[in-house]
Design a protein around this ligand. Sequence first.
Ligand code: GLN
Length: 194
Amino acid sequence: MPRRTGVLAVQGDFLEHIHMLAALKVEAVPVRLPRDLVNIDSLIIPGGESTTISRLMETFGLIEPIKDFAREGNPVWGTCAGMIVAAKHVSDLDRDTLGLIDIEVQRNAFGRQIDSFQTNITISGLKNKPFPAIFIRAPIIEKVNSNVAILAELDDGTIIAAQQKNVLVTAFHPELTTDTRVHELFLGLVNLKR
Ligand code: GLN
């Protein structure tokens, strides 16, 4: 089957993910309705506003279909707001999340004065050079369950990327850089399923 990656396209920076996938010669499918999930083998949930994304997922009937898609073992990756809606526990979100990964997330965790910044980080599995991580009103991972692998931390130990089997989350935005390595790491998860 040719590889096709879905990008949830209800709100947020889904176009940047689509461009990144195009640069990697992977067909990207905008996902707005449950039927869009049928012919894809992985799904990216972009950054944006987690309250809006979860409300629209509910409106379009996407919550249960995305949960099923992940349960079937298809790779799902949430960036920033996408990480928030993928998490099992979010301290300050007044709606249900997808609950795909057993982590506890705090929204807007970096405070006002530095609510956007860029820093070089080390991501486990990415060799050679640091990754330029862009944080925009970013969440952090406060806690991970023992079945979740921590993939990246800031110097002070703040957890900013994690993985539970086929579900990957990053608090930052690889789609806003020209570095395709996290996208490649994610796409590599599709091969695990085959
Ligand atoms: N602060 C946003 C939220 O809580 C996330 C920001 C982002 O995705 N860049 O949903």
